[in-house]
Each structure stands twice: as structure tokens, then as C-alpha cells.
Design a protein around this ligand. Structure first.
Ligand code: ZN
Length: 361
């Protein structure tokens, strides 16, 4: 609702589609192995704020945290690149463009395969030792701790390109997805390895903060008027600052709940609640209210910041694409294949086993 009228002509028409598909990214965690890590980053795995050493762009992060291997025609696996061997601070590293073009783009392939001929050609042109290769791949340690701020930068670029190509289907899909990831990036517990309080005896705090409190209070109490979207000048800086600001709240999220749970009557913290035909145990409404109060409006503030950030992401992509006329955009043509894929996604989600780590359980 905060978008300019030139964008509203398109977005208002598809408002229901966008709402329906805002959780597709979460459902994909049941179907696609590479999906899980896009929703979080365990910043505490990389030292202390402001994590000045942690590369802000994805190719740079890969240069630090990936190793490239080749398999020779004789069947030997040889290490061709490792940050321990190659100083990544050297901006002239010949590997940098290779990582941007080939390693970063092969990241979502579950086997991290690289094309052996392209790699051999690259080694050859840069006078690097080049054994004859029949296969190549890379390993990395980024997935294990999440890739959220890097993935957001890619999404922003992809969305801008979708607007440039005036591709309504892709615009909608990417808008739904980037909105989802931006939402996740505003949840402090999506930026820490202690994402569900499992390291501090606070199991269940993830759902208390991001699900229970909003479902109880958001519709009635929150003010969603956030003002006009802002143009994002530098997506790298922007998304890192979102994630770092969320991370700065982690300590309060945990400390305040720990203190409250000690003061509050233990038998009034968890309540049974009927959901459909099952009874689940969830944080009691009064306990959730007390936590929200003790957080001094943090959940609402983060939700408002997320709304503005989603609008700003869509707006910036549209601006950077040269403000294409959305009035003249075709209706998105969803094909039978699209619908089949959607059904499959929902089925996998419903019988569901998350590929990767769960957040809430
Ligand atoms: Zn998510």
C-alpha cells in the first residue's frame, strides 16, 4: 500500500497472489536442499560484531570459504584453489572473475559441480598448473551457517532484471520471495546459531518471537503505516545493515525472555491450544503479552522496518530498471507446468521433512 501509483496498478491486481506465495520460500525448504541456508545467517560463527572480516559480497565470501577441486583423467582428486594457498586480499587474484562467473552461479547445484573444460581453460589462460580434468567441483563452508545477506543481494539483482525484461511472472515470483527473505532478515533469531534458544535452555523462543506474538497482537495492535519506500543505493551495504541491526537485537531477545521466564509463574507460560483437530502446546497469551511488553515494542518495530524494506526493495528494482510502464504489462501466464510444480511443492511441504535444519522445532 506504500508503493507509488505507477507500481500500484500492477501490485494491487496481484495482491492475493503475492500473499498466497509469500511462504513459497519456506515450502521450498522441503523440496530443495539449497533453500534452507537462504533464510538465515549464523553471524556468531564469524567472530564479533561488526564482523569486519566477513566478506560482504558472495564471490568474495566464496573466495574465502570455498575450495576448488578437479578430478584428473587418471582419477585423482586435486586441490586447485584454496584461500589458504591464495591470498584473497590480493585484488588482482585471477580467481576472482572465475568465482563470480562460475562458482557463485553453481552454488545452488547440490553437488557444486563446475564445468571441467571451462576450468581447464581458465587455468591455462592464467598460467596456473592445469592438469587434464574430467570433472570439477567445489566445497564450501558457507551453507552450514546460512547465506541470507548474500542471497538478498542476488535477489535484488534478479528482480531488477525481471523488471527490465518486463516479465510479469518472474516479477511476481521474485517479489514474493524477496519479501519473504527480507522478513526473515528482520527476525533477530535468523542471524544467530542459537536460533531457537537451544544453546541457552530457551527452546521455542523462535516461534514465540516470530509467530506467537504477531498472531496474537499484530492485527489488533500494530501500526503498519510506514511511509514511502526509499531507493536503495547500494544493495550490499543495505542488506548487511539490515542483518547487522537484527543481530544487535539477539542479546535482548534472549536475555529478556530468560529473565521473564524466571519471574513468571512456570505453570502459566505454556498453554494448550486447539488447532483444527489437534491440541498443541504454545506460549500462553498473557506470557506472550508480557514478553512483548518487556521487549518494548521490538517485534512491531522490526515488522514495520520489514514492511518498509520490502516496499523499498520492490521500488528500487523498478526504479533501477528504468521505471517500466506496469500498466502495459501482460497478465502473468501461469502454465499447467507452473500449477503442477506448485501442487508438488505443497505436497512435499505437507508430508514434510525439511532438507536442512528446522527453525522452530
Ligand atoms: Zn523463511
Amino acid at each position: 500500500m506504500t508503493l507509488p501509483p505507477e507500481m500500484m496498478v500492477f501490485f494491487k491486481r496481484h495482491i492475493d497472489w503475492l500473499a498466497d506465495h509469500a511462504t513459497d520460500a519456506d515450502m521450498r525448504r522441503y523440496a530443495v536442499l539449497a533453500e534452507g541456508p537462504r533464510h538465515y545467517i549464523d553471524l556468531d560463527e564469524y567472530g564479533e560484531p561488526p564482523f569486519a572480516d566477513l566478506p560482504r559480497t558472495f564471490p568474495e565470501a566464496l573466495l574465502r570459504y570455498a575450495e576448488v577441486f578437479g578430478i584428473t583423467t587418471a582419477g585423482d582428486t586435486v586441490l586447485l584453489y584454496s584461500s589458504k594457498r591464495n591470498t584473497t586480499t590480493d585484488s588482482a587474484s585471477p580467481w576472482r572473475p572465475y568465482f563470480t562467473r562460475h562458482v557463485a552461479t553453481a552454488f545452488s547445484d547440490p553437488d557444486h559441480r563446475l564445468d571441467p573444460d571451462t576450468l581447464a581453460h581458465f587455468l591455462d589462460t592464467h598460467d596456473l598448473p592445469a592438469p587434464t580434468l574430467k570433472a570439477a567441483f567445489f566445497t564450501e563452508t558457507l551453507s552450514a551457517h546460512g547465506v541470507l545477506p548474500w542471497h538478498l543481494q542476488k535477489m535484488q539483482r534478479d528482480l531488477t532484471n525481471a523488471f527490465r525484461r518486463r516479465d510479469p511472472k518472474r516479477i511476481l515470483r521474485l517479489c514474493a520471495d524477496i519479501g519473504h527473505y527480507i522478513g526473515d532478515a528482520h527476525v533477530p533469531l535468523h542471524t544467530t546459531s542459537n536460533y531457537n534458544g537451544q544453546k541457552t535452555g530457551q527452546l521455542g523462543i523462535h516461534a514465540l518471537w516470530e509467530s506467537r506474538i504477531p498472531e496474537l497482537f499484530a492485527d489488533e495492535q500494530y501500526d503498519y503505516f510506514v511511509g514511502k519506500p526509499q531507493h536503495i543505493g547500494n544493495a550490499t551495504d543495505h542488506y548487511w545493515s539490515v542483518v547487522l541491526r537484527s543481530h544487535a537485537l539477539v542479546d535482548s531477545v534472549l536475555t529478556i525472555e530468560r529473565r521473564l521466564s524466571r519471574q513468571y509463574p512456570a505453570d502459566q507460560q505454556k498453554c494448550p491450544e486447539t488447532r483444527g483437530r489437534t491440541v498443541v502446546i504454545v506460549p500462553c497469551p498473557d506470557y506472550a503479552a508480557a514478553y512483548q511488553q518487556a521487549l518494548s515494542g521490538m517485534v512491531e518495530r522490526q515488522m514495520r522496518a520489514a514492511i518498509l524494506a520490502v516496499a523499498s526493495a520492490w521500488y528500487s528494482a523498478w526504479m533501477d530498471a528504468g521505471q517500466p510502464d506496469l500498466k502495459r504489462l501482460d497478465e502473468p501466464a501461469f502454465t499447467d507446468d507452473d500449477h503442477r510444480e506448485e501442487t508438488l511443492l505443497r505436497q512435499q511441504y505437507e508430508k514434510g521433512q525439511i532438507l536442512g535444519r528446522p527453525e522452530e522445532q
